[in-house]
Design a protein. Structure first.
Length: 294
């Protein structure tokens, strides 16, 4: 191999090493304040920086692979492309590259390297876009969970301070039927919310059994489950308040057990709303390739 080729390989190897060093640095970020840590978590900057550096290094490697290794890399790239949406055109280019790999022409080998490198760049661009969508979905779920959690907590605190602001008890002659007994209690709202959380936890079985996990380091699925639990508390409290306000006369609460039972039911019913998010996550999960393939 001539001196110019050796110099080119040395340069490419240096680029790969620098990109991998950047990835390692992003994986072990310096210690920062809690607020800074929250900002990094929300932005996903460290994860995105690490993956971007790894992908750049992977792209550069196509220039330094031995000729015998190119066919194996073409197969690996085929697996990555097949896992992405709209992969038909890329599949045709890969088939053409395989044909050229069997050629003895040096120019064909250079062409194959360029083709594989371009395909890898396009595939990574697509998968990074999908990862960005996953991060946005995770952040949306996180913000919604925090906002809803604060509202639910506020209702509980209001009831803690004054049980008569929004009554949760049903008159029964001279006594009352309440979530925690036969008289209004400061923890009635929290009791209903806890029962709703139980319903939300039960609804978690649905995405666990039928959901498509998004192959991403952003842990979208965990935030889906968190939202279900908190939404369960909200729908339970809203449902019991509506019943007690005579919004509907088809449901009557005749005992404390009935109040808690309906709270669990309303908590489970949040699946009607969060199921929309589950379907979006399922679609994104089907489009996103496994990180091992990337």
């Amino acid at each position: 191999m001539d001196t110019a080729a050796d110099a080119a390989l040395t340069t490419e190897a240096a680029v790969v090493r620098a990109d991998l060093d950047d990835a390692l640095a992003a994986m072990v970020p310096p210690r920062r304040s809690p607020i800074g840590g929250l900002k990094r978590y929300y932005s996903g900057g460290d994860i995105s920086k690490a993956w971007s550096a790894i992908h750049r290094a992977g792209e550069s490697l196509f220039a330094v692979y031995e000729e015998a290794e190119l066919y194996a890399q073409a197969t690996r790239l085929e697996d990555l492309v097949a896992a992405l949406p709209d992969s038909k055109s890329s599949g045709k280019v890969l088939a053409e590259a395989r044909v050229k790999l069997k050629s003895d022409s040096a120019s064909d080998k250079r062409t194959v390297r360029a083709m594989l490198r371009q395909l890898y760049r396009e595939a990574i661009s697509t998968t990074e876009g999908l990862q960005a969508e996953a991060r946005v979905l995770r952040n949306t779920l996180l913000v919604a969970s925090i906002a809803l959690g604060l509202v639910v907590l506020a209702f509980g605190v209001v009831n803690l301070l004054d049980v008569h602001v929004f009554p949760l008890c049903t008159p029964d002659g001279k006594k009352e039927i309440c979530p925690t007994g036969s008289a209004p209690h400061r923890f009635d709202a929290f009791a209903v919310e806890l029962a709703g959380m139980l319903g939300g936890i039960l609804s978690v079985v649905i995405p666990l059994a039928t959901g498509e996990r998004i192959k991403t380091p952003f842990r979208v699925f965990n935030h889906q489950l968190l939202l279900k639990v908190i939404a369960g508390a909200g729908t339970a409290l809203a449902g019991i308040i509506l019943i007690q306000s005579a919004f509907t006369t088809t449901i009557t609460l005749t005992s404390t057990a009935a109040i808690i039972g309906y709270a669990v039911f309303f908590g489970f019913s949040q699946q009607a709303l969060t199921g929309i998010i589950d379907r979006r996550a399922n679609d994104l999960g089907k489009e996103t390739p496994n990180t091992k393939t990337v």
